[in-house]
Design a protein around this ligand. Structure first.
Ligand code: IMP
Ligand code: MG
Length: 369
């Protein structure tokens, strides 16, 4: 990942892939033009690297010139195209091939067509290394396209973000979800996880994804995934991780504008932790921390017994059942503690004291992420 000014970009198209696309375009154009001596017109600034690599590969005599147009302000294409340097030579009767780095809305291309309208060239063909079909709003034919890309902002190989990135030999794509705070929240039964999750959710505008709730929601609403999960549960089998991850993916996608997520009840195994990493990666994001509330067993037992008096939960009323649940928790989460410690993402927080005191401790950890 790289940072230009205030934004993060991730590797998107390698130098090798670019080279292959340029080579293919050269082959196609050279074949189509035969023995014509073309004038390649690069559109500055963005196309300088493409034009350079292109003409070095071009197998026959050709001419090269540039015009300089500007349309982009920051991350957005504008209607208002500035003609900074126009044509400086007479191209009457010539075979002209426009070499563009990228065609996005097509506004720049419209200006190119305006420029050539009265030039009486023999032919005008358009070649662009990158093209964003979803953003293209014009009808001009694009004769040669190197690589079609999604409608996301890219930098590198001539393309810039506010001046930076043109020098990069490969192309990077803007990370769309930034600064997300994603926490895996852990705590033994009785540690106060629910209370603290509610508080964190408010304070940091996070979405709390409790796997138990997600399951109940999907099964109750008979979603396809819910039915699938139920079919395993009815047979007394474990729901495959893939099903759970797909449900979590839906929750993450439903909340694309959230500041981040608190995962609760997932992951429980190494494989699940890896699957969650993959899921977050596919969203240009990552798990930032595993935060575990740490409370001594004896205190947990006391708290749960106390809760059992009013909650009516039978599993909160029996000392040995409680001890077992706590033991099970540590058996299961030890592996995950290792998993996240290896990535420097494990944060144990003392879960004994006033509720607000504990929230302060949690906030200190999260603020430092
Ligand atoms: P259009 O006028 O919207 O087709 O945009 C064409 C010009 O905008 C290109 O020549 C680039 O200079 C710039 N541009 C379009 N998309 C991108 C991008 O993703 N990154 C950087 N510059 C871009
Ligand atoms: Mg350009």
């Amino acid at each position: 990942m790289i940072k230009l000014h205030d934004l993060y970009f991730k590797p998107f198209i390698s130098a090798e892939q670019i080279d292959a696309a340029v080579t293919r375009m050269v082959d196609e154009i050279a074949t189509d033009l035969g023995d014509e001596v073309p004038v390649f017109v690069g559109i500055m600034n963005g196309s300088f690297m493409f034009v350079s690599d292109f003409v070095k590969k071009y197998p026959k005599p050709c001419e090269v010139t540039f015009i300089k147009l500007a349309s982009y302000a920051g991350l957005k294409s504008t209607e208002d195209i500035q003609r900074l340097i126009g044509l400086t030579q007479d191209l009457t009767g010539r075979t002209v091939v426009i070499l563009e780095d990228i065609i996005d809305s097509g506004n720049t291309l419209a200006e190119v067509h305006r420029i050539f309208k009265n030039e009486n060239v023999k032919s005008l063909t358009i070649a662009t290394l990158f093209h964003k079909p979803e953003a293209y709003k014009k009808d001009f034919k694009l004769h040669y396209v190197g690589i079609n890309i999604p409608n996301k902002f890219i930098v590198g190989y001539g393309l810039d973000y506010e001046g930076l990135g043109r020098d990069l030999p490969e192309v990077y794509q803007l990370k769309t979800t930034q600064h997300m705070t994603n926490i895996v929240l852990f705590g033994p039964p009785g540690a106060g996880k629910g209370t603290q999750a509610n508080f964190l959710k408010e304070k940091y505008s996070l979405v709390h994804i409790s796997t138990g709730d997600v399951f109940r929601y999907n099964i109750k609403n008979e979603t396809a995934l819910g039915m699938l999960a139920k079919s395993y549960m009815d047979k007394g089998q474990l729901v495959p991780d893939k099903v759970t991850i797909d449900m979590l993916n839906n929750e993450v996608e439903k909340n694309a504008d959230a500041n981040g997520f608190i995962f609760d009840g997932f992951p429980r195994t190494n494989a699940q932790a890896e699957a969650l990493d993959k899921l977050m990666d596919s969203k240009d994001s990552q798990i930032n921390a595993m935060v575990a509330l740490e409370v001594e067993d004896d205190i947990l037992v006391d708290r749960l017994l106390e809760r059992g008096k009013t909650s009516g939960r039978s599993d909160d009323a029996d000392k040995s059942i409680i001890r077992n649940r706590i033991k099970e928790y540590y058996d299961k989460t030890a592996i995950l503690k290792d998993y996240y410690t290896k990535q420097d993402k494990y944060f144990g927080v003392d879960g004994v004291g006033d509720i607000s005191e504990i929230t302060n401790r949690l906030s200190t950890v999260i603020d430092a992420l």
